[in-house]
Design a protein around this ligand. Structure first.
Ligand code: IMO
Ligand code: MG
Length: 406
């Protein structure tokens, strides 16, 4: 056997004992829409590289610059910083028309996005979301509704079906698209056929999608890079500030969220390593973004939900409409059990508390401090939850905060 000593000073892949450039991470600590975009925008001002590591255009991050409201779904919000490079990692699933349309829409809004193609890099290993993935997302939701009487309330952006293709190992990646279109076309048709067999009523125009993909390929090619090598150079080279913008949130995580009412990726800190190719020792600060109350879009457990006047007030004062789907968000009190659970998984270095001012007009604010189920206190957020049953059968201990004139 020959062992290569990567620790020797001359070796090009030498891992420094103390990583030079640690990665700062911003993650959602509830069910999404905590205000990650705003926190990222603040930190991105002096970042050199801003990355997305998971999810797709199911995310929706709003950033206001010079009174122009930009909204991002696939692009890292850091793309507004003209001095930074934005990077879409291998863990992200990319709908190409979605990506280019998002850029063009934001370009029309203001000057912020000018020159975006020069500062965006995309990992060659990222998987592609096709139109048929999005159509299948819709069909699956319909089937759930018919068979179980309820759906998940997905964003219908094809996220679940695209990650399913990735796990089934017949997905297609950015590197497949930009290297040999003939081979790509063959695999693409096979994948489409596979979904057509599973969903006979799937109605998509494969030929026109292929034509469109071919057009996008030319624009995409200059943006594509070997993602692992790109990150390695960024981590081990001259001092660089690297920021990761989490999408979705801890309670939507495929492993740690309220399964099955979750998204299809790891939105907790582990997703940073697997979605970018970053060794764990390079992860530095992890900021959890927490909204001063709780919101949720779509179906699933929500113990502190206020399906009443209070909920309506939070919804209207907080302008709680989804950036991606325009849906009204469900609203309720801050749930500290849930935030602590997110902290157990992510090990937050600090928390960014957003939208406190929305609570300004309330004389009394509640926060959940304990759960009891059938008279028994729960030590932590449980693994098994139900869309309504969990919220109903759980007894919540609230802490009251009385707010005086401040
Ligand atoms: P940001 O990054 C709020 C929710 C959807 C649905 C479930 C699964 O803006 O905080 P999917 O389309 O991912 O298969 O849907 O997850 N969801 C989000 N809700 N904010 C998000 O992201 C979300 N991403 C996914 O509403 O219930
Ligand atoms: Mg959102």
């Amino acid at each position: 056997h020959t062992f290569v000593d990567t620790d020797s000073a001359e070796h090009p892949l030498r891992t420094p004992k103390e990583p030079q450039n640690k990665v700062t991470v911003v993650l959602g600590a509830q069910w999404g829409d905590e205000g990650k975009g705003k926190v990222v925008d603040l930190l991105a001002m002096d970042a050199d590289i801003v990355c997305r590591c998971q999810g797709g255009n199911n995310a929706g991050h709003t950033v206001v610059v010079d009174s122009v409201e930009y909204d991002f779904h696939l692009l890292p919000s850091g793309v507004l910083n003209k001095k930074a490079i934005s990077f879409i990692g291998n863990g992200v699933v990319i709908h190409l028309p979605g990506l280019f349309e998002e850029a063009e829409k934001n370009l029309r809004k203001g000057k912020g996005l000018q020159g975006w193609e020069e500062r965006l890099k995309i990992s060659d290993r990222a998987h592609i979301v096709f139109n048929f993935h999005q159509a299948v997302d819709g069909i699956q939701e319909q089937q759930r509704q018919q068979q179980e009487g309820k759906n998940l309330g997905t964003t219908k952006k094809g996220i679940g079906p695209a990650y399913s293709s990735k796990a089934a190992r017949n997905g297609l990646r950015v590197c497949d698209l930009v290297s040999d279109f003939k081979v790509f076309e063959e695999k693409f048709r096979m994948l489409a056929e596979h979904f057509r067999t599973m969903y006979p009523n799937l109605n998509v125009d494969i030929d026109s999608e292929l034509k469109q993909l071919k057009e996008y390929t030319e624009r995409l090619r200059p943006l594509v890079t070997d993602g692992v090598y790109f990150m390695h150079k960024a981590l081990t080279g001259p001092s660089k500030k690297i920021l990761v913008e989490g999408a979705n949130a801890a309670l939507l995580d495929i492993d740690f969220g309220t399964y099955p009412f979750v998204t299809s990726s790891n939105c907790t800190v582990g997703g940073v390593c697997t979605g970018l190719g970053v060794p764990p020792s390079y992860v530095g600060r992890v900021y959890g973004v927490v909204k001063a109350y709780t919101t949720r879009v779509g179906v699933g457990a929500f113990p502190t939900e206020q399906d009443n006047e209070t909920g309506n007030l939070l919804q209207s004062r907080g302008r709680e409409f989804g950036v991606t789907t325009g849906r009204r968000r469900r609203c309720g009190w801050l749930d500290l059990i849930l935030v602590r659970y997110a902290h157990m998984v992510n090990g937050f270095s600090a928390i960014a508390l957003t939208k406190l001012d929305i609570l300004d007009t309330l004389p009394e604010i509640k926060v959940a401090v304990a759960y009891k189920i059938n008279g028994q206190p729960l030590p932590s957020f449980p693994g098994r939850t139900f869309p309504q049953g969990f919220s109903r059968s759980i007894f919540l201990f609230f802490f009251f905060l009385f707010v005086r004139d401040a």
